[in-house]
Design a protein around this ligand. Structure first.
Ligand SMILES: [Fe+2]
Length: 183
C-alpha cells in the first residue's frame, strides 16, 4: 500500500518534469534570441537540443510504466521561465544582459537538478533500474550545463565590468571559437 503511494508520487514527479522540460523547449529559443553574445546564444541553442533529448528520455520512462506523461503543469518552471522573460524586458544590454540571462538559466538548471535528483532517488527505491540510468544521464547533462554557465558567467561578468573596452569584432571571433564547448 505504502509502495503504491510512493509509485504515485514518482509518476507525479515525472509528469512535473515532463511539463518542465516541455516549457523549456519553448523558452530556450527565446533566451537564445535575447542573448547579446554569440557564445551564450550558441549555449542556449545547444541546451535546447539536449532538452529535446530529456523529453524523449522521460517519454521512454512513461512508456515503460504504461502511463501518460501528460496532465500536469510544472508551476515552478512556469515561474522561472517568467523570470527569464522579465529579464529580457528590462533595460539591459551587452554583457550585463547576458549576466542576467545566465542568472535566470542557472536557476532553471538548479531546479531541474533538484527534481531529477528526487526522481532518481524514487526510481532507485522502487527498483526501477532502467529508469535510474535514464534519469542519471539527464541529471549529468543538467549539471554539466550548470558548470558551463558558471564558467561563461566568469567571462561575461568580467566583460561587464570592463565595459566597452572589448572590441565587438574580437568578441565575435572569440564567440565563434568557443561556441562549440558551451552548453
Ligand atoms: Fe533538462
Amino acid at each position: 500500500m505504502e509502495n503504491q503511494g510512493l509509485k504515485e508520487l514518482y509518476i507525479d514527479e515525472l509528469k512535473d518534469l515532463y511539463s518542465a522540460e516541455n516549457q523549456l523547449v519553448k523558452a530556450l529559443p527565446k533566451l537564445a534570441k535575447g542573448s547579446a553574445s554569440q557564445e551564450l546564444r550558441a549555449g542556449f541553442e545547444e541546451h535546447l537540443e539536449q532538452t529535446k533529448g530529456h523529453v524523449e528520455r522521460l517519454e521512454q520512462i512513461f512508456e515503460m510504466l504504461g502511463e501518460s506523461p501528460k496532465g500536469k503543469k510544472c508551476a515552478g518552471m512556469e515561474g522561472l521561465v517568467e523570470e527569464g522573460s522579465e529579464v529580457m524586458k528590462e533595460d539591459l544590454e551587452g554583457a550585463v544582459l547576458d549576466a542576467a540571462l545566465i542568472g535566470a538559466a542557472q536557476r532553471v538548471e538548479h531546479y531541474e537538478i533538484a527534481a531529477y535528483g528526487t526522481a532518481r532517488a524514487l526510481a532507485e527505491t522502487l527498483g526501477e533500474s532502467e529508469h535510474v540510468s535514464l534519469l542519471e544521464a539527464t541529471l549529468a547533462e543538467e549539471k554539466e550545463t550548470d558548470e558551463k554557465l558558471t564558467d561563461l558567467a566568469k567571462q561575461i561578468n568580467q566583460q561587464a565590468v570592463s565595459g566597452d573596452r572589448v572590441q565587438p569584432e574580437r568578441d565575435q571571433a572569440q564567440g565563434k571559437k568557443r561556441a562549440r564547448r558551451i552548453a
